[in-house]
Design a protein around this ligand. Structure first.
Ligand code: ATP
Length: 456
């Protein structure tokens, strides 16, 4: 499947639209339509349940997007949250120099963490061409900071300069003590947060894979020093298991451990879980052992004591941190790529299908009166009853076959048809999206039936 086909599908069925479309759009910005919004919410709910609510030693947070600018100085983002930017002298196209290498070698060489000089030399030695015009004539690399800047208050000077957060994680680090104290939390414990992050990416691209405004689901797991590598292993597997639970095909997922040269200077271990997107393998989820780096930086800059007193051992220390960090939008893209089958063939039937996990599907049920004139009243009554239990939609337009096809195309797990049997015997026909099997059940049984199938 081509990305273009997915973009068209998402637009046609109300999943994702081009941002500000009626004004000609805005460089790779996207709006989630009615279905996309529900899918995203369902995904976030599942992550929250799995990472925050299902664990005794886990807490949630919703911190501010605009923070004291010193947070970003302390975290190192102001000085070094930058990408290497390179321009083609011939066609003036702008590229991320490290991605040029990655793309030219189909991901075999990753230049993450390389010095600019090393990147320039590699591009030169391997005669890497400009992907836009094919020339090999580049400017030297310049560093380009990704933080979005804005001003707070009425004056626009350096004193009022603030940043839109480049990641949600820093909100967690600066609240570490607040949460430890208020929740009487004992190590090891984790803090999860879901929220918007902003990066002034040089080359936003590939639909919602790389955008300038996106959501992250980040989890910082604080633990005792020297237990970090154990926990790193645990979270690596936990994240992979979660992706499989969401329904992603195992063959489209892999771990990519960062080599020593690639690792940030403070990290003991980092792994990306990569997904096989239509344009090739790409990072989906970053899992990093960040040691005590972040808390130490904030201690140094804020002069606040962020150490932890361990009552079991009578020791005071700075906790180590393992961070699994994933982008909601990028994960939605992986889920759509995996589930969307433009021509799904089974048992001699070909149909357009979104074979997505029932829990993630925007609508669980669609209610269909067989003949509008005769069955709409009862169908509306049933719709009202179901809509209070789970997201339900109602469709009375076109013949029943067409309505089934639309429900399949948007991934709705169950179609409920209202016909004469419903009026005479109080039963409905319920059709399963994946098997296309139909069963007759009583109206009163619909809620339990649907709930049990979704949760099984
Ligand atoms: P990349 O190398 O792709 O730029 P990164 O290593 O900078 O990503 P992290 O800072 O580790 O990414 O961010 C954690 C997660 O947030 C990523 O694994 C990805 O899922 C998501 N993410 C990061 N940048 C973007 C973006 N511009 N658009 C959408 N999602 C993003």
């Amino acid at each position: 499947m081509k990305m273009e086909d997915l973009v068209n599908y998402c637009k046609q069925y109300g999943y994702i639209f081009q941002g500000s479309e009626i004004y000609g759009g805005l460089a790779n910005s996207w709006d989630f339509g009615p279905l996309g919004r529900e899918l995203k919410e369902n995904l976030k709910k599942m992550w929250w349940q799995e990472f925050v609510l299902s664990k005794k030693n886990s807490y949630g947070l919703d911190s501010a997007i605009i923070m004291n600018p010193n947070v970003w100085v302390a975290s190192g983002h102001v000085a070094s949250f930058s990408d290497p930017l390179i321009d083609c002298k011939k066609c003036k196209a702008r590229h991320r120099a490290d991605k040029l290498i990655e793309d030219a070698t189909s991901g075999k060489v990753t230049a993450d963490g390389w010095e600019n000089k090393e990147i320039e030399e590699y591009i030169e030695k391997n005669n890497i061409p400009c992907p836009t015009c094919g020339a090999h004539d580049f400017t030297p690399i310049r560093k380009f900071n990704l933080l979005f800047e804005t001003y707070m208050g009425v004056t626009e000077d350096s004193k009022s300069k603030v940043y839109l957060r480049g990641e949600t994680a820093q909100g967690i680090f600066v609240n570490f003590k607040n949460i430890e104290r208020s929740m009487r939390a004992k190590l090891p414990f984790g803090i999860g947060q879901i929220g918007k992050a902003f990066r002034n990416e040089i080359t936003p691209s590939n639909f919602i894979f790389r955008v300038r405004e996106f959501e992250q689901m980040e989890y910082e797991f604080f633990c005792k020093p020297d237990t970090d590598l154990e926990w790193f292993k645990y979270w690596k597997q936990f994240c992979m298991d979660f992706l499989i639970k969401l329904g992603l095909n195992k063959d489209n997922l892999r771990f990519r451990d960062h080599s020593k040269e690639e690792l940030s200077f403070y990290s003991k271990a980092t792994t990306d879980i990569e997904y096989l997107f239509p344009m090739g393998w790409g990072e989906l989820w970053g899992i990093a052992d960040r040691t005590d780096y972040d808390l130490n930086c904030h201690m140094k800059h804020s002069k606040e004591d962020l150490t932890y007193f361990d009552q079991d051992t009578n020791e005071r220390y700075v906790p180590y941190v393992v961070e699994p960090s994933v982008g909601v939008d990028r994960l939605v893209l992986a889920l759509l790529c995996d589930a969307y089958k433009p021509n799904y063939e089974e048992n001699g039937v070909t149909r357009e299908l979104l074979k997505i996990n029932y829990k993630l599907a925007p609508y669980k049920v669609t209610v269909l009166p067989l003949i509008k004139k005769q069955h709409a009243e009862k169908a509306n009554e049933i719709y009202e009853k179901l809509a209070g239990n789970f997201p339900t939609t109602y469709d009375e337009t076109g013949n029943i076959g067409k309505r089934y096809r639309r429900a399949d195309a948007i991934g709705t797990p169950f179609c409920i048809t209202i016909d004469d049997e419903t009026l005479n015997n109080g039963t409905v026909t319920i059709r399963d999206r994946d098997t296309m099997k139909q069963e007759t059940i009583k109206i009163d049984e619909i809620v339990n039936y649907v709930n049990s199938k979704i949760n099984s």
